[in-house]
Structure formats: C-alpha cells, structure tokens
Design a binder for this molecule. Sequence first.
Ligand code: ADP
Ligand code: MG
Length: 283
Amino acid sequence: MNPELLEQGAERLQSAANKGQGRVLDPGALDLRHGRVLYLEDISVSFDGFKALNNLSLDIAVGELRCIIGPNGAGKTTMMDVITGKTRPDAGNAFFGNTINLLRHSESEIVRLGLGRKFQKPTVFERLSVLENLELALQTDPGVWACLRFKPTPAHRERMDAVLKQIHLSSEAQRQAGLLSHGQKQWLEIGMLLMLDPKLLLLDEPVAGMTDHETERTAELLLSLQGKHSLMVVEHDMKFIDALTCDDARKKVTVLHEGRVLAEGSLAQVQADPQVLEVYLGR
Ligand code: ADP
Ligand code: MG
C-alpha cells in the first residue's frame, strides 16, 4: 500500500481514538425481525426557535428503496443529520432495526452499526487510485486497522472486485480518483460505502451535477442495490425519481414539507396530491 494511504489511515485512526470512538460494536446487534430497518417517531429539531423538523415520523422497510422529495428547506438533509448522529433532536425517537436507539450512538458508531451516508459533494481521495480509495474505506472498521500494515485479505479483494463491478469502475481500478468524471467520483463514493456492506444507505441528492447518461446509470446502480440493502434517496430530479420507482408502481415516495411528512404513496399518488401540487406549484 502506498505511503500516503498509510498516513491517511493513521490520521483517521488517531482522530477516532482522540474522540474515544475506538469501541468495536457488534454488527449482529441489528435486529431486523420486525421488517423495519429505520423508524423515526415525532422527531423535532429547532435552530434558534425555527423548527427544521416538526414531529417527523417515517419508517423504512428492510430492503426498501425509498425516495424522499420536497422543496428546499423542507428538512431533508436535517433528517439525515439526525439519523446519522450529526444533529441531536429536541424530541422524538430514532431506531435502527428494532432495538438500536440511534440517539444514543456517536456518528462513527452508527457507521459501524451498518448505516452509510453519502453527502452531496463527493469526498473521494483525489490523489489515490480508485482501488486505494476502496481499501481506505475499510478503515472505519478499527479491527482491520488494529495493525497499520493493512493488507487486504482474499475476502477483501473479492469484495473490492465485486464493488468495482457494481459501480462500473472495474476498468478504472488503477486510475487516480481525481481524474474521474464527476459521476464516476460519485459512484466511487457509493462504492466506498458498499465496502462496509451497510444495511441502510442514505444518499443526499446523488445525481446533482450529473449528465443524463450518468443519472441513468446511477438509477440502475441503486436499483441493483435494493433488496440487499435498504436505501433512502433524497432527490429533486423527478426523472431520476421516476427511474427509481418505475420497476414497481406501488413503491413509496415520501414528500417532506416544513419539517414533516406532507404526503406518502406511489409517485403517481403523491404527484396528484393537491397539497403536494400546492407546495410545488403554488409558489
Ligand atoms: P433540505 O435539505 O430539505 O433543503 P435542510 O434540512 O437543509 O433542508 O434545512 C431545513 C431548514 O433548516 C432550512 O430552513 C435551513 O435553513 C435550516 N437549517 C438547517 N441546518 C441549520 C443549521 N445548522 N442552523 C440553522 N438553520 C439550519
Ligand atoms: Mg438538503
């Protein structure tokens, strides 16, 4: 492994240790027997008296791909911040599976419990190769990095090959990540999340800035992940939402507005909902 990679690994470990986050969590703790991977109940978040989330309740089934839409400022990103432990709500409950209370875990613990998040901007390591980025992703597992002389095991290599195929970057494995197109960087970041085999993946506006072709490929990629993973996808691009839901006319779409759920149902249902039309067209 190249020295820069090692150095970055050491830095990450050190920063995790400084935050006291070296605790290994038992991934077996996730209890999905009741069929729900995520359960939010009456979540409220205020910023200086302004309610960014206002009694938000929502749940996601195991293996579901849920699309979330809503105008700017609806609270979509804040909801993801709550789920991932970045923002603590003033009130409400948030459970991962049946038993894990997300409000009691740190951000890094939540990652290790099997909840991955992709932010709007890609955060790949530009100077490292595609493959090295995937290797680096394994680092959030402190077990792997107990020894800094990280050597991927055959199982790791298999996983990397499989992920490279999934994200359509097999032929770019040795390429420097900084040289990839914007869309490819976004896929690489999804790949980095997949290395940890998350049970739930949160994606915030994954196709922003992508070409039409890249957007279509991203829809295919996310559709290929559903079932094995649960996904929550926040997006404005209605063509993309259409592509994500067209395999099942009953697939649920949630509309957020002013910090709560305004409507939930199939894409056709929410698009015909008078309240939704008012929110989108009434301004
Ligand atoms: P969305 O992602 O749906 O566009 P956000 O969750 O980013 O909406 O924001 C919801 C509301 O909360 C917005 O009005 C935003 O200005 C406000 N907000 C978000 N984060 C903060 C913060 N850290 N401090 C103050 N206000 C915030
Ligand atoms: Mg947002």
